[in-house]
Write a protein that binds this ligand. Structure first.
Ligand code: HEM
Length: 399
């Protein structure tokens, strides 16, 4: 018996049947990716938890086998030292040092103005839809809000934001079959990130990039680590939150009974965000891991250098862990792994939750007669094997 397809529009729209098959028949499954790389895909919740915490599953891509390195599934390492030297690609003491380097950006004092700007911007974005009587919640809310938040956090001046947004969009959600569009966007973003860092060297401010430069000047970070960290926060903190906001809006448009409760009860709103993270995990696969020694997970032996992907989406829909796993159920007690676990657990989780609650809470309060303008089955999900989100979410306001 062979595994069902793990790529293509049918899988993107409803990955559950394929994940159910894998969990039952091949829970640690060898997958060949279109770009030429192969990886072991982990789909059961308990195996996912073990893998995310496993000390012999490292993040440094230099440990990967030759096929993976040639396939450009990650960034082409040899060519981009200024983009890959960040916390997500490091282990041990280096990882701890790079993680500490960004924590200052997430303190309540730093987050307060970011949050206030997010609240004002959300009102403006939604008022445009309200005036028109119809719009697209992904294009007009889910994209621009996280981009503005990340730019505030990094200290990107207003004049540089549009171009950054344009190229980040290409990386997030392009239908890129041969990788050339993503390569072009990565080139452009590298130039923009370097220009941002040089600008902040001359003119520092109360932002993350200026913090990183100060750490470089104290000898705590290299120049490549400064640009790589800014790049990681830009990409990692943007597209995931776009996915969260779009999927949460869809969940409420298709479950008006939850929308009514979430409109007035902040506790219910927080549950909506958690259940969206579980059911539509915006980072559907955690990032690549590479064994430093032979590892056994779910009965499968994995050799050193063999790439491993943990499907947090499949784990979050595992019926052994969650009752009625494909339904949107508020108030679940079991913890999901949408933000990962272990040493690489998401740094921006609290910020992402704040953004989700601002976007969805404001949407419910300001656009009470909101409804979907299309059949939910016609909506298109990104084709990415890494992220999960909607391209569009057309809505209208009923009179
Ligand atoms: C809904 C939104 C988000 C989701 C679902 C998400 C998910 C994740 C996951 C699953 C990981 C672990 C990856 C792994 O172990 O391979 C991770 C790591 C990370 N996330 Fe997020 N993330 C979100 C938002 C953000 C935001 C807003 C930021 C920054 C502003 C951010 C920054 C990071 C960073 C820097 C790491 C790497 C941590 C490390 O390697 O130690 N994320 N995220």
């Amino acid at each position: 018996m062979s595994a069902p397809p793990l790529f293509g529009p049918a899988f993107d729209a409803d990955p559950s049947p394929a994940y159910d098959w894998l969990r039952a028949h091949s829970p640690v499954h060898r997958v060949d990716f279109p770009g030429g790389a192969s990886a072991w895909l982990i789909t059961r919740y308990d195996d996912a938890v073990e893998a995310l915490r496993h000390p012999a599953l490292a993040k440094n891509p230099e440990l990967a086998d030759e096929r993976w390195r040639r396939s450009e599934m990650g960034l082409p390492l040899d060519h981009r030292p200024g983009l890959v030297a960040s916390v997500i690609n490091r282990d041990g003491a280096d990882h701890a040092r790079l993680r500490r380097a960004v924590t200052g950006a997430f303190t309540p004092r730093r987050i307060r103005p970011v949050r206030e700007h997010a609240e004002r911007l959300t009102v403006q974005l939604l008022d445009r839809i309200a005036e028109r009587g119809h719009g697209d919640l992904v294009v007009e809310l889910a994209y621009p809000l996280p981009m503005a938040v990340i730019c505030d956090l990094l200290g990107v001046p207003e004049s540089g934001r549009e171009e950054l947004h344009h190229w980040a969009l290409v990386i997030d959600s392009s239908d890129d079959t041969d990788g050339s569009l993503v390569r072009e966007a990565t080139d452009a973003l590298e130039v923009l990130v370097r220009a941002l860092v040089e600008g902040k060297r001359r003119n520092p401010g109360p932002d993350l990039v200026s913090d990183l430069i100060a750490q470089q000047e104290r000898g705590e970070l290299t120049a490549d680590e400064v640009t790589s960290t800014a790049f990681l926060i830009l990409i990692g903190g943007h597209e995931t939150t776009v996915g969260l906001i779009g999927s949460a809006a869809l969940a409420l448009l298709t479950h008006p009974e939850h929308a009514d409760r979430a409109r007035t009860d902040p506790g219910v709103l927080a549950e909506v965000i958690e259940e969206t993270l579980r059911l539509h995990s915006p980072l559907q696969n955690a990032t690549w891991r590479f064994p430093t020694a032979p590892v056994e997970i779910g009965g499968q032996r994995i050799e050193p250098g063999d790439p491993v992907l943990v499907s947090v989406l499949a784990a979050n829909r595992d019926p052994a862990r969650f009752d009625r796993p494909t339904e949107f159920v508020l108030g679940r007690r079991q913890r999901h792994v949408a933000f990962g676990l272990g040493p690489h657990i998401c740094i921006g989780a609290a910020l992402a939750r704040i953004e989700g609650e601002i976007a969805i809470g404001t949407m419910l309060r300001r656009l009470p007669g909101l409804e979907l303008a299309v059949d939910p089955d016609s909506l298109r999900w990104w084709p990415s094997p890494i992220t999960r989100g909607l391209y569009n979410l057309p809505v209208r306001i009923s009179p």
